[in-house]
Design a protein around this ligand. Structure first.
Ligand code: FES
Length: 62
């Protein structure tokens, strides 16, 4: 499913970029170009980022 139609970026590409350390909206924008034109993909990109942050195990220090 496309997240950003302006830049032809898919949900899979966003998830892959996040898993590689692009864990902020700014970083995703520079890596994939999302939100670089009309900006309509911002909401969906933010949702994917939040979803990944909830799924990600939290590292704790003892
Ligand atoms: S849909 Fe992403 S910038 Fe237009």
């Amino acid at each position: 499913m496309y997240v950003c139609v302006c830049k032809n970026v898919t949900e899979r590409q966003v998830r892959c970029a996040v898993s590689q350390g692009h864990c902020s909206m700014k970083s995703l924008c520079s890596e994939l170009g999302v939100m670089g034109q009309c900006g309509k993909c911002a909401k969906h990109t933010r949702e994917l980022l939040r979803q990944w942050q909830h799924e990600r195990p939290v590292a704790t220090t003892a």
